[in-house]
Design a protein around this ligand. Structure first.
Ligand code: SF4
Length: 334
């Protein structure tokens, strides 16, 4: 049994006291909803000596921005964001991704900031014993020659092929969200493209945050075409399951031609995957199934598979085509 001490940050100085407590001690970590962190503590994958509970910090509001965007507090719960009328109306792809993630109980506990920080579901990482470069740099990667059906096909390296697990991060990448953070030195803002790192030769480094840097909010810029958008998730069972493939998409069509499009893929990348090749292939061209198919193929041409996950590029192609067909058909996306 490993002792862990607990400190609750509260009061008028709560944010600064949490920053001081964690920033000044390499053995301390923040604790928000705990829906991933507590599992990993139990499995001895994470080993902090102290947890600093940040649940009472005033970081849970969902605020309108002057341009029509939203600022979502890092401690807003997944279920609160999913049911927010502003999110449902302006960014239905975000709401849908949240509703399709985890279980109702977990959505009530899990925070948006914690969701950005959730760890991979690779079984070799979580068993605490198998060779895993993410858990123990330089140890090797058991998944390369092991069970890899759910692993990534985009953004992989010879050091790690774990899939990024988040649903809601996928539409946030499509929407060019920004991640706001604080340290004792001040505030910082990351473009979401710079926030999620590919494994390369350092898979243990998943984001650019320093120890003690706290996510305070996620900013979603206004995007009128996102009012008609969707999140399509394909998985082995209908609920409480991670994506084999998911697609977050918004598209704008004028006179039969694509005038704007945003696409990101989940379940296939080592990070939430912005499909820029597909977007570039689509803009200015006809909004037809053939174009959608060519764009999907362009995106997935760089996929690298294992014998167990070789089905993923084709599943991703079909899912992306279906998402764009749904958005451009008459009637509302389902
Ligand atoms: Fe570890 Fe990544 Fe390999 Fe899984 S895929 S065993 S997380 S290095």
């Amino acid at each position: 049994m490993r002792p862990i001490s607990y400190l609750r940050a509260e009061g008028t100085d709560a944010v600064d006291s949490a920053l001081r407590a964690v920033g000044g001690d390499p053995g301390s970590d923040f604790l928000a909803g705990g829906t991933t962190e507590v599992d990993l503590l139990r499995q001895n994958v994470l080993g902090p000596r102290r947890l600093v509970d940040i649940n009472r910090l005033p970081l849970a509001d969902i605020e309108d921005l002057p341009d029509g965007g939203l600022r979502i507090g890092a401690l807003a719960r997944m279920s609160e964001v999913a049911s927010s009328p502003a999110v449902q109306e302006r960014f239905p792809l975000v709401s849908r991704a949240l509703v399709l993630g985890a279980s109702a109980q977990l959505r009530h506990m899990a925070s948006m900031g914690g969701n950005m920080m959730q760890r991979v579901r690779c079984g070799y990482y979580r068993d605490g014993e198998s060779p895993c470069n993410k858990r123990e740099p330089g140890a090797g990667c058991a998944a390369l020659a092991g069970v890899s059906r759910n692993h990534a096909v985009l953004g992989t390296s010879e050091h790690c092929i774990a899939t990024h697990p988040s649903d809601v991060a996928v539409p946030l990448v499509a929407l060019d969200a920004r991640i706001h953070t604080r340290t004792l030195e001040g505030e910082h803002t990351y473009a979401i493209d710079d926030f999620f790192l590919e494994p390369g030769d350092a898979p243990h480094r998943e984001h650019p945050l320093t120890h003690g840097e706290l996510i305070t909010a996620i900013e979603v810029p206004a995007l009128p075409m996102a009012r008609r958008s969707l999140y399509l998730k394909v998985r082995d069972r209908e609920s409480y399951e991670f994506a084999l493939v998911s697609v977050a998409a918004a598209i704008e069509v004028r006179d039969g031609k694509v005038s704007g499009v945003r696409i990101a893929l989940g379940g296939v990348g080592t990070r939430p995957w912005r499909a820029r090749r597909a977007e570039d292939a689509l803009v200015g061209g006809p909004a037809t199934t053939k174009s959608f198919d060519l764009a999907a193929r362009a995106e997935l041409a760089v996929a690298r598979t294992t014998p167990m996950n070789a089905f993923k590029p084709e599943l991703a192609r079909r899912t992306l085509v279906r998402a764009l067909e749904t958005l451009t058909a008459d009637g509302s996306p389902s």
